[in-house]
Design a protein. Structure first.
Length: 78
């Protein structure tokens, strides 16, 4: 049996078609994450993030539109 830790994750709750994303668009939630060997899928790993940086191009992936994008939109609530 492995440890279970609390994991905080940011997710996209709604698209931001224009302007700067706010707390209406991005939400923080806490979920339980099992570190048991058999709970992590094959070819995956669990890491601890110490620093997080977001590049400006990310804003284009939060709009909900596909026009002119070379990368797909983020999916809501994931």
């Amino acid at each position: 049996m492995g440890d279970v830790v609390e994991n905080k994750e940011w997710y996209l709750a709604s698209y931001c078609p224009e302007g700067v994303p706010t707390s209406d668009h991005l939400k923080l939630r806490t979920v339980s994450l099992s570190l048991a060997f058999d709970s992590i899928p094959d070819n995956h790993l669990a890491v601890e993030t110490l620093l997080l940086s977001l590049d400006p191009y990310i804003r284009g992936r939060l709009t909900g539109t596909l026009e002119g994008l070379f990368a797909s939109q983020f999916q809501l609530n994931q």
